[in-house]
Design a protein around this ligand. Sequence first.
Ligand SMILES: Cc1ncc(COP(=O)(O)O)c(C=O)c1O
Length: 394
Amino acid sequence: MDFNRLRTGTASVWAGETEIFPEGSHTVPIFNTVTFAYKDLEEWHEAAKGKQKGHIYSRNTNPTVSVLEEKIRVLEKAETATSFSSGMAAISNTFFALLKPGDRVVSIKDSYGGTSRLFLEYLPKFNIEVTLCETGNHEEMEREISKGCELVYLESPTNPTLKIIDLTRVAAASKKVGAITVVDNTFASPVNQNPLLLGADLVIHSATKYLGGHSDTLCGLVCGNEDLVSRVFQFREINGASLHPDTAYHVIRGMKTLELRVERQNHNAFQIARFLDSHPKIDKVFYPGLENHPGHDIAKKQMRGFGGILSFELKGGYDSVKTVLHNLKLVHLAASLGSVSTLAGTPRTTSHVELTEEQRKELGISESLVRYSVGIENTEDLINDLDCAMEQID
Ligand SMILES: Cc1ncc(COP(=O)(O)O)c(C=O)c1O
């Protein structure tokens, strides 16, 4: 059977699990070992040189981890994939493996906070220039890219106001100047969007979010073509940000229900966005599935579902935010997203905690903004919970 052609729900269960595991184990064994023994020195030598299949040392490869890498490879329609101890490890290893002093990166102002810090603090230390464009201003991006750059880095939808970037359009501009296009696909997940099919060269995931799905494990993944991924993998081998097999197992187990969870989260988020959009105590709802969202048409073109995250501005400023968040019963007020249970917070306590009030304002992030990462709970229950909490606003 050609596993590359399997649909998402099937691939997330079966990809990487084509052979029967030792002792007939039905689940992926956790190979909790650092090193792998060989009876024969020649065989060991061949495996160490990569001329024959075989694992040597778990900082480099591990059979449990390989199953996870195969799953994301198939889900993202990639040639190959590699894994990391966290999403940030995946992102920073990608930059440090592919860039050199004198290079230039073009990206957006609304990248995840940790990624923005790499752009603003760390890459410039290595004499790598970073230009951050207004998110969603495609003309500005095309202009900056056409001046010449080595890497274009994108997220869509973005955090926390769910802006949408036309990935096909920007990847085409990037290709014209020979730059590598990298897309952080964490928010969409491969259920909703496949950036490699839209022209990207590499896709990154914080598998900590939707792929793992239960907020109990940190993991990062990078997928794309052999050449680029192997450069990133080789840097990780000596940088050491490898994924532990226990963690890989948790993500594999989470991924088995990926499609079920994300479809439910898409549904919940859409219904909640519609409910909030017509609620008198709400100023504004940010959700790409709403027709009044400025990126709706692009999202419709490049996404199969609009995702499980939305944000909204409450009338009454930060006092209303506190009232609502303190009165919600079916959420944890916590950082992160993509879990089976609903999580809510404000950018000033989560993604944009490092920024000043002024900097948040510049990004269009007001004090009255709430980010709401919808879980797999019953839609009506979540809507009732929000409704009751908003009734508490004076
Ligand atoms: C879009 C996005 N990318 C990357 C990361 C970093 O991932 P991790 O926390 O697994 O290092 C996050 C974390 O919130 C994120 O939201």
